[in-house]
Design a protein around this ligand. Structure first.
Ligand code: AMP
Length: 523
């Protein structure tokens, strides 16, 4: 039986696992199981000729057909192509993400009917490039992306819902300040949120897109490989399938060590085999520096919000890696009390996204939603300017990090010399004053300026940063009438034609609806 679901879904598109949820008839979020009967789907894709397999089976293939398996593509969003060819072909990372989204959508369809609209989550620390790539992945999967929201915001919304903040009145009994510590498979995020009345406000956010459970796995792999080399003189990491087998063993061992005090890692390569014993204590010692990086970022974020631990009402742990006992211990030491364990670390983000999706549709139907979200920008945004004194390039910030959104900002620059023919505006994201240490978001060019335009003609640069983290830009030059709007040409971005080709390929030619997420895209 096919029926049309009017309920949009929320999708947690994780580095290592993804989940999809929708609101039930009582407005409560529920996770939808995938075709394999699991609540979470490994974010792993196997390219087997024309057959593309996503999830559990693709994960298993890491041990046998590693060359054709893509995992952790989320970490590579923003790059032109995934770091290796798959089945002899290069894929942009967002295309790999699109295959994962399509599998989630297809499996949800079997349960609840056609799924077209979704809110997708990203780490709060994701920059504009990666947010845009995530939105494109949704488009290529045939999804109308209603909104891209931050994972910790989603977690706080779900927490608020589970704790009665979103009752029909939608008002918190007293203001709450929540710290969300999110350690997933590939990314780490810490965000401080204030829930006041029906408003979810981000106060500060920080994180590391290159830190997660995978790094803990890598330490175990190094340890086991060193033992193996000592015993047999060969490195099991030198061949892709053996490396894949070792990783699966180590990831499994890591999970065991969350429950037990010791275990063994099995390793075989080139006809040799070894079982390596490891205790939780050893594991914690060999990964202490990784945990310390998260501790440092957590402290820094608290400082950025101008708060003390005593002002944090609740500490939420999100992401599968927070199941490692060392995480709760460290956080307990930091804040002087045990973190909250009342929400499911795996599902809470998808649940919050589903609540957000429900809210958007409520608002679209002209009603007032129960809660509002206020975000900050996680990175400073600026343009590359030339210092008139030193003539060196510098990052001229227009919107400093942690500014409440939406925000509009303006700054005036000047043409450098008389008769300048064009103006190049390079948009950068980052905290460094040196543009080469910032992320290059894109550029826009104003050409054909009038001849003999005087030096020091004002260049008016305006940014508008939306609540969903998207940036609009306007540039005008003096009273020449020359003006550019939102013509951001972003490096490594797929063109609309490419997106449409991929979309037909991934969805098997389903027809796209007009309003699908092409709107709200850069032209
Ligand atoms: P997420 O991206 O939130 O799904 O988190 C996935 C990460 O959590 C992966 O690195 C998993 O290895 C890790 N993980 C899941 N369960 C456990 C556990 N019981 N102990 C330690 N790590 C875990």
């Amino acid at each position: 039986m096919t029926f049309i679901s009017r309920t949009p879904v929320g999708i947690d598109l994780g580095t290592t696992f993804s989940a999809i949820a929708r609101l039930d008839e009582n407005g409560r979020p529920t996770t939808l199981v995938n075709a394999e009967g699991d609540l979470i789907t490994p974010s792993v894709v196997l390219f087997e000729g024309a057959n593309v397999v996503v999830g559990k089976e693709a994960l298993k293939a890491i041990a046998t057909e590693a060359d054709d398996v893509a995992d952790c593509a989320k970490r590579e969003l923003g790059n032109a192509t995934f770091h290796k060819a798959l089945g002899g072909r290069d894929y942009p990372p967002e295309v790999i993400q699109a295959f994962i989204l399509h599998k989630l959508r297809r499996d949800a369809h079997a349960l609840v009917g056609e799924v077209r609209q979704a809110v997708v989550t990203v780490p709060a620390y994701f920059d504009e490039v990666r947010r845009k790539a995530t939105q494109d992945a949704g488009y290529m999967a045939g999804i109308e992306v209603l909104d891209i929201i931050n994972e910790p915001t989603a977690a706080a919304i779900a927490y608020g819902a589970a704790h009665g903040f979103l009752t029909p009145e939608g008002v918190a009994q007293r203001p709450q300040t929540i710290l969300v510590y999110d350690l997933g498979g590939g990314t780490f995020d810490v965000t401080i949120m204030r829930i006041e009345g029906a408003e979810f406000m981000t106060l500060a956010t920080d994180g590391d897109v290159q830190l997660g459970g995978r790094d803990w796995d890598a330490r175990l792999m190094d340890f086991a490989a060193a033992e193996f080399i000592g015993a047999h003189g060969v490195d099991p990491r030198e061949e892709a399938n053996s490396l894949g087998r070792l990783w699966r063993e180590c990831e499994d061992c890591k999970r065991t060590l969350s429950a037990r005090l010791k275990t063994t890692i099995g390793c075989d390569y080139k006809g040799h085999a070894l079982r390596v014993e490891i205790t939780r204590e050893q594991f914690e010692a060999m990964t202490r520096d990784l945990l310390d990086r998260t501790r440092f970022t957590t402290q820094q974020t608290l400082q950025a919000a101008g708060l003390e631990w005593s002002s944090i009402d609740q500490l939420l742990m999100v992401g599968g890696s927070t199941r490692m006992p060392m995480v709760a211990e460290m956080l307990g030491e930091l804040c002087g009390r045990a973190p909250d364990a009342s929400v499911s670390a795996d599902e809470v983000v998808a649940h919050g996204a589903a609540l957000r999706a429900g809210l958007i549709l409520t608002q679209r139907s002209g009603q007032r939603g129960a809660f509002q979200i206020k975000n900050v920008n996680s990175h400073s945004l600026g343009v590359v300017a030339i210092d008139p004194l030193t003539k060196r390039k510098l990052n001229a910030t227009l919107i400093p990090r942690n500014t409440p959104l939406p925000v509009a900002a303006k700054r005036i620059f000047k043409t450098q010399k008389e008769g300048q023919k064009s103006v190049l505006v390079q948009i950068v994201e980052g905290e460094s004053s040196a543009p080469e240490h910032c992320v290059q978001l894109g550029r826009c060019v104003i050409r054909d300026l009038p001849v003999k335009l005087p030096a020091n003609t004002p260049i008016d640069v305006r940014f508008r940063y939306e609540e969903n983290g998207r940036l609009g830009i306007q540039v005008s030059v003096g009273n020449t009438g020359k003006f550019v709007e939102a013509s951001l040409v972003r490096e490594n971005s797929l063109s609309q034609e490419q997106l449409d080709v991929w979309r037909r390929y991934i969805t098997g030619g389903e027809t796209a609806r007009e309003e699908d997420s092409a709107s709200g895209r850069w032209k």
